[in-house]
Every structure is written in C-alpha cells, then in structure tokens.
Design a protein around this ligand. Structure first.
Ligand code: NI
Length: 224
C-alpha cells in the first residue's frame, strides 16, 4: 500500500527543522547506501552535532508517535533514525530497493515500510519526483512541505533528477509488527472501519464483532 499523510509536520515544526538544516554540513549520501544502491545514489545527507540531531529526531519521532494514520498503516515496532537528505540540480537516486536489514553496529531490524517526509514545497524545485513501482504501474509522488508518503520497502523506487532548486526530505524505515504488506493494508482498512464504528455505534453487536476481529487478527499476524 502506498499511502500519503497530509500535514504530518506543522508549520512551526518545519520552521524549526529548516532553521537547523540551514546550519548543517552535508556529506555524500553514498556513505549510508548498500552496495547496489550506492552505484545509483547521488545526493547529500546532513551531518549535525549530536545535540542538534537529537532535537530533530525528537520532533520527527514524537510527531510519528502521535499520528494515528501512520500508526494504523505502518504498525511500527522499530524505526531507523531518520536521515535528512538534499538533492540539488543534477542530483538523483536511480532505481533501487532499500536495504533489507538496518541498524549498523547497534541492534538490527528489518525494513518493512519506507517513509519520505517532504520538507519543502513542490514548487521550490523542478524534477525530484519519488517514483515507486507498484503492481499497477509507476506512481509519481511529489508532495507539499510537511506531507509524507509510506510504501513497502520491497518496492523498486527512484528519485528523478532535480533540475532546479533544492529537494529536501527526511527519510526513515520501519520494522512493522506485521511483516506482510497485504496483511498490513487489510488491518489498516479494518482498523479505520473499527474507529468509525466505535465512535458512531459503540454498543452494536456488529461493532463488537469488528472490534474483536481487528484485535485478534493483529494478535494472529504480529511478530514482536
Ligand atoms: Ni530508497
């Protein structure tokens, strides 16, 4: 499932992030890419002093923790520290799949869900679309500042070359409680119906059945 989340970050959070990114140094993005991905990766990633980085990570992590759409769709168990990347004119990231296992020298985790949060507006740059291959063809994603997209990490995807301006994004990866993307999608839809019914008709038998089905499917399919 490819899902966009509008206004994940608000204006105040974006201002703070931009203020900190303006002071950052950048290094070649190949440093964090796997062997195959490094051959097609041409972007830059932010390097910040530990304290500043910690504050940025806290903004992103607490926002994600409070976002019901993200939690319902990704069913997060573990998450990578987000990376802040920039693409200037000529920069691109060719077709690749993300590394299956992350964690560096720390605890390892599997990547099930990939996430991109767009940090500047779509009209701030030309090109730079995130293009994700799906069963129904390629989806081109270019969202507004603060908006996010999540998609299965196994999907082949690329970032088209930027031809003007600057593309700034925050990317991260999630190990989900539910490994299988089709099961996650089913749980997301059922979970949304459950939320509506629990508010509109909490005492009906149908609501109780939907509620129990969601809870028990999550129990059946989750690994933690
Ligand atoms: Ni990628």
């Amino acid at each position: 499932m490819l899902l966009t989340i509008d206004k994940l970050l608000n204006a105040a959070q974006l201002d703070k992030i931009h203020e900190m990114l303006a002071q950052a140094e950048y290094e070649d993005g190949k440093v964090t890419a796997g062997m195959a991905a490094a051959r097609v990766k041409n972007n830059q990633e932010m390097k910040l002093p530990p304290k500043a980085l910690e504050l940025l990570l806290r903004i992103i992590m607490s926002t994600l923790g409070h976002n019901a759409t993200f939690r319902g769709a990704a069913l997060p168990l573990k998450m990578a520290d987000p990376i802040f990347a920039r693409y200037q004119p000529g920069m691109t990231y060719g077709d690749h799949v993300d590394d299956p296992i992350m964690g560096g020298s720390g605890p390892k985790f599997r990547t099930d869900v990939s996430m991109t949060i767009f940090l500047n507006d779509a009209d701030a740059y030309d090109g730079g679309e995130l293009v994700i291959r799906t069963t129904w063809g390629e989806k081109h994603v270019k969202l507004g500042a603060g908006d996010a997209v999540i998609y299965p990490s196994a999907s082949v995807h690329r970032v088209d070359p930027v031809t003007r301006g600057e593309r700034l994004v925050c990317v991260t990866w999630i190990q989900s409680l539910v490994r299988d993307a089709a099961r996650r999608e089913l749980l997301f839809e059922l979970g949304q119906a459950r939320e509506v019914l629990l508010k509109s008709d909490p005492d009906s038998d149908a609501t109780k059945q939907i509620d129990r089905s969601y809870v028990n499917l999550l129990r059946m399919w989750s690994n933690c």
